[in-house]
Design a protein around this ligand. Structure first.
Ligand SMILES: Cc1cc2nc3c(=O)[nH]c(=O)nc-3n(C[C@H](O)[C@H](O)[C@H](O)COP(=O)(O)OP(=O)(O)OC[C@H]3O[C@@H](n4cnc5c(N)ncnc54)[C@H](O)[C@@H]3O)c2cc1C
Length: 312
């Protein structure tokens, strides 16, 4: 017998978490719905209970607390530019958000949803009949990874465009869950496993994304994709640099997790960090562009980014 479909629209975080706790393994939080609903209707991820977060006002606030910028997770990507403090302190976040999807999608899609956007692969993001025809892949009830010709690990790509910028600036998340609230480093939620790309408790809600205001970063963002709009990333590179030479390289679109390399220009050359990031990235042929081309472009983007940072 089919299970009853349910839709909830709570107005408080604790109510949303309570409803989630009452539907273990069979619910989805929905923010903008531009990722979760596409995956649901393509049969990639099923759930009978939808918990819509859009009426929870406290998820939409932007504030400054103790020299930190608190950005509510339900801020729409297109609305980031409306907050003067974000534009002034983190213009690259606004730029990265502007590079996501298309104008209409950005008016619905949220920052929280973007950092939790599901990993992608050209063998996974297909219709049900397409996936059935190739015998399904590891991320979708199959036995092997088709992109790698049969390996028993999933290499679906991490594709969020805003998360690399946030990680490069040391962003943290304020999480609320059944057992209370806590703050974690954004970088630590990504597992590197394409099947379970994040280690968040399923009932956890991101209340806000926290960025430091007492540190100035120069950040360069680059994105490779077939068309200038709508397409997901084939490669996203970000490098942040502080005045005292501390740097962070973050690369998306090439590995199941963001590739992160940090250090200082006082101890090693730019070339050292470029090579380190290239060595860490597990790029496979699961994209519009070939693995070889994306690796070459990663090298080029990172070199160009260092040039821009050091010249500017
Ligand atoms: C045609 C198309 C092109 C796209 N192009 C891009 C692109 O170029 N770059 C890119 O990064 N993305 C792209 N996307 C994916 C998606 O639109 C974005 O990632 C978007 O930011 C997701 O936000 P959302 O609010 O719609 O998330 P939703 O779909 O609502 O949710 C995404 C995930 O986050 C969870 N979630 C959302 N908010 C919270 C919260 N506060 N607490 C806990 N869990 C939460 C949901 O349960 C779900 O698992 C594209 C999508 C489409 C359809």
């Amino acid at each position: 017998m089919p299970t009853e479909k349910q839709y909830f629209k709570p107005t408080r975080i604790e109510d949303a978490i309570k409803i989630a706790g009452e539907h273990p393994g069979d619910f989805c939080y929905v923010a903008g719905g531009t990722d979760v609903l596409v995956n649901k209707y393509q049969g990639n991820k099923e759930c009978n209970c939808l918990i819509d977060l859009t009426d929870i006002a406290e998820l939409k606030a932007v504030s400054v607390e103790d020299n930190h910028l608190m950005i509510g997770s339900l801020i729409k990507l297109d609305d980031l530019k409306k907050h003067e403090i974000i534009v002034e302190k983190y213009p690259t976040l606004v730029l990265a958000a502007h590079e996501v999807a298309s104008p209409m999608l950005r008016k619905t899609a949220t920052l929280g949803g973007n950092i939790l956007c599901e990993n992608r692969c050209s063998f996974y993001n297909q219709s049900e009949w397409w996936r059935e025809a190739i015998g399904y892949c590891l991320k979708c009830d199959g036995d092997i990874c088709i992109a790698t010709g049969g390996r028993k690990a999933c290499f679906s790509k991490f594709v969020s465009d805003t998360a690399p910028v946030l990680i490069s600036a040391g962003a943290k998340l304020e999480l609320h869950d059944l057992d209370g609230s806590k703050i974690v480093d954004l970088e630590t939620i990504y597992t590197g496993d394409g099947i379970q790309p994040r280690n968040l408790s399923p009932t956890a809600i991101i209340k806000s994304i926290i960025l430091p205001l007492n540190q100035d970063y120069r950040i360069v963002f680059k994105k490779l994709r077939p068309r200038e709009a709508v397409d997901f990333t084939s490669l996203t590179t970000v490098i942040s640099l502080t005045d005292n030479g501390d740097l962070k390289v973050v690369v998306g679109g090439v590995d199941p997790a963001p590739v992160v390399v940090d250090g200082s220009l006082n101890s090693n050359t730019e070339d050292f960090y470029v090579k380190k990031a290239l060595a860490k990235a597990r790029v496979v042929d699961n994209d519009y562009y070939t693995r070889k081309y994306r690796r070459e472009m990663m090298h080029l983007f990172l070199e160009q980014s260092f040039e821009e940072l050091l010249d500017g």
